[in-house]
Design a protein around this ligand. Structure first.
Ligand SMILES: [Zn+2]
Length: 214
């Protein structure tokens, strides 16, 4: 990493950003933020994770769109687009071991002036979120909010590394078939020698029916 989180490109301090000016001027910024800088995200990372301080890259872009304002005139409506990419360790809720969860966020926000204005905005447009802008806007806080919203409802491996259960059931199945073979031999008055269940499994795998021996 050559980019220091404290000095992201094109932006003095992502914790203290004039969001209205950023949008009006169509500015762009990018940076790297580590999980250790995001205390609420860090809470989600299990203590036994191989790396508790993974990094996220982010890109922000300010834009405006001409829209009809409350006073009936058309004016520039500020927007912010934010992309976040990276991964963090979470605890799998199935096997309770850490796994690496990837994040790919691409969000667009309509920037409004007040909470009241944010509540007025119709929420039927799924792809656009609403944020209250500020002249001292904390972009890193917004990045953390967005990551927390992107957390899986139930964090888990796609496929857990633990395979104990399937191994156990596999052995149980082979023993079951072995028992059948034993009882057949007993009826025919064969040797009292108990066949090794694993040997029986091997012959089943090779597709050798027991009948061949008789
Ligand atoms: Zn798992």
């Amino acid at each position: 990493m050559t980019q220091h989180p404290g000095s992201p490109a094109g932006l003095s301090d992502p914790h203290d950003l004039d969001l209205f000016e950023f949008a009006r001027s169509g500015r762009q910024a990018a940076g790297v933020v580590r999980v250790s800088q995001l205390p609420r995200m860090l809470n989600e990372v299990p203590a036994e994770a191989p790396d508790r301080d993974t990094a996220f890259t982010w890109q922000a872009e300010g834009t405006t769109q001409p829209e009809l304002q409350d006073d009936g005139t058309e004016g520039p409506q500020p927007y912010l687009r934010l992309a976040i990419h990276g991964a963090t360790w979470l605890e799998c809720q199935r096997c309770m071991t850490p796994y690496l969860q990837a994040f790919d966020v691409d969000a667009t926000y309509r920037i409004v002036n007040t909470e009241a204005e944010a509540e007025e905005f119709p929420l039927d447009e799924d792809e656009v979120e609403v944020i209250v802008g500020s002249r001292q806007f904390d972009l890193i806080d917004l990045i953390e909010d967005e990551l927390l919203l992107s957390l899986p409802v139930v964090p888990k491996h796609e496929v857990c590394p633990e395979v104990h259960e399937s191994l156990v059931s596999g052995v149980a199945g082979a023993e079951g078939e072995g028992d059948e073979a034993e009882s057949d031999e007993a009826e025919e008055g064969g040797e009292p020698e108990r066949p090794n269940p694993f040997a029986a499994l091997e012959s089943l795998k090779r597709g050798e029916p027991d009948d061949k021996k008789h």
